[in-house]
Design a protein around this ligand. Structure first.
Ligand code: NAG
Ligand code: NAG
Length: 493
């Protein structure tokens, strides 16, 4: 507490400071439903609550902006306020405008986050004392430095009860990364804390967004380092869209993506993005983490399932480059037998999916490692659209004429003993798990007489029971499984 007192006094020496507690540095703007308009609620002036039509029987969402370069409220703030109101009419939306202290050199603005956190805590205590507005009905949404402001508000509010929820949108990294939980946003700051990390790419040892988990659920879209559509190459699109401010849009694109992912969750109720618990993005990219058992997955954004767990959970997901951001995640597990044991095959495959609603054609598959021997490979495929239930898979080895030649050469070098049949890859089954539906499916080669795949060839796989579990229900499948077993015997003997 002493450190805070020192901080507050140093703050007073830097800025004009109202020792009169009636006035705060932060402007609390109640969003009025009209475009880019707000009504000022003044601390300790009850009549302003009525004048602004603050409805004490409805929850409060407070938007807290971050560091400001130009001293103006950024466009996303109004978009967020409008999205909250359009989807949840039964809500009060306040914008905590701390521009005067945010429009400073970064380290100064960082110092000011504690000060503003204290002011927000004071404001919420006043609401509680004057109109019995419970802090458990408060949801703070803080972007960048605003995420830490929200954290400080949650930890400075007096009493034992906590704020309802804090959402940190790409919480700022510099001067917060690696700090103790009391010096940054942390899970203790509210009953429930969630965070979305979108720009944690390191540059000279620093990253704009904080990398470490700071919440109960920490979301890392696309791994959290950078976001699709934010590459410098897209600057021209941004300039076309925003004019010359498009350059600034490119710079903060990945950082601000956290905000637009959250807005997306409000605007597209039917396109909620699911994220999955995983150790790291490379494991996720192999499709290994699509489980929803025991809180292993959750919904990104406003509609998250508020579940307190003893430890932070890092959740991963892929997204599109623009709204609606949702993609559908699938794990594919393919068992390959490479008949030329002496040679590692390094092929390119494409996969085409037929669903009950739609098709998805020619999706490229990149295997991290070449195909060697006899092994199961697992990878992640994401689709932009909902194809419905998967019913058929076409699997193609993208071979060129050159490849064919090499392949034929290989065959002449390595004598093949099984009659006239050329060696190739054997793909017997493809196992698929759909993250969004949690459905597991097995697909078997349609042409059971020829399970060999060669360059420039395509094979069709249809739904079948998993031959390993042999949970066979109808005759066709039994037949198919038997047939497969025989074929395997034939080829492996
Ligand atoms: C406040 O919200 C409640 C619940 O929706 C509603 O019944 C009431 O009329 C509102 N009060 C005012 C003053 O708008
Ligand atoms: C592939 O490996 C499995 C298990 O390790 C084994 O049962 C099978 O016989 C092998 N098949 C071939 C063709 O090597």
């Amino acid at each position: 507490m002493t450190s805070l007192a020192v901080l507050l006094s140093s703050c007073c020496s830097l800025h004009w400071c109202h020792l009169n507690t009636q006035s705060l540095e932060t402007k609390f703007r109640l969003y009025t439903d009209r475009t880019e308009e707000s009504c000022l609620i003044l601390f300790n002036q009850l009549e302003t609550l009525d004048q602004c039509s603050f409805n004490a029987s409805l929850p409060l969402v407070m938007i807290v902006h971050g560091w400001s370069v130009d001293g103006m409220l950024e466009g996303w703030i109004w978009k967020m306020a409008a999205a909250l109101k359009s989807q949840h009419k039964q809500i009060n939306v306040i914008i905590a405008d701390w521009l005067t202290l945010a429009h400073q050199h970064y380290p100064i603005a960082v110092q000011n986050t504690r000060y503003i956190g204290q002011e927000i805590a004071d404001f919420l205590e006043w609401l509680e004392e004057s109109i019995q507005f419970s802090r458990s009905n408060v949801h703070l949404i803080g972007y960048s430095l605003g995420a830490h402001v929200s954290g400080f508000a949650g930890s400075y509010i007096s009493g034992t009860n906590k704020l309802g929820r804090i959402t940190g949108l790409d919480p700022a990294g510099p001067l917060f990364e690696g700090m103790s939980p009391t010096d940054r946003l942390s899970p203790d700051d509210a009953n429930f804390v969630d965070a979305i990390h979108t720009f944690t790419k390191q540059h000279m040892g620093l990253s704009v967004g904080i990398k470490q988990p700071v919440a109960h659920f920490d979301f890392y879209p696309n791994g959290g380092t950078f976001q699709p559509g934010c590459h410098i190459m897209h600057m021209y699109n941004h300039i076309a869209q925003y004019g010359i401010t498009g350059i600034a849009q490119t710079v903060k694109c990945a950082h601000e993506r956290s905000v637009h992912l959250f807005i997306d969750s409000l605007l597209h109720q039917d396109k909620q993005s699911t994220a999955y618990w995983c150790n790291d993005i490379s494991t996720f990219d192999r499709g290994m983490c699509l489980s929803c058992r025991k809180n292993r997955c959750n919904t990104l954004g406003y509609n998250i399932r508020e579940q307190r767990l003893p430890k932070s959970r890092r959740l991963f997901l892929k997204t599109r480059a623009h709204m609606p951001f949702k993609v559908y995640h699938y794990q594919f597990k393919i068992h390959f037998i490479n008949e030329i044991q002496e040679k590692q095959v390094d092929p390119t495959f494409t996969i085409s999916l037929t669903g009950t609603k739609q098709d998805a054609k020619n999706l490229p598959i990149t295997l991290v490692e070449g195909i060697n021997g006899n092994k199961t490979y697992s990878f992640l495929i994401t689709l932009d659209t909902d194809i419905g239930e998967l019913i058929m898979i076409k699997f193609r080895w993208e071979g060129t004429a050159v490849w064919e030649n090499i392949w034929d050469t290989v065959q002449t070098i390595i004598p093949w003993t099984k009659g006239t049949r050329r060696p190739g890859l054997i793909v017997k089954t493809i196992r698929v798990k759909a993250g969004e539906t949690q459905q597991k499916m097995t697909f078997c080669s349609q042409s059971i007489d020829n399970i060999h795949l060669h360059p420039a060839q395509e094979k069709t796989f249809v739904r079948c029971e998993d031959p390993r579990t042999q949970k066979t229900t109808h005759q066709n499948t039994i037949h198919l499984v038997k047939h497969l077993k025989n074929t395997e015997l034939f080829y492996t003997n």
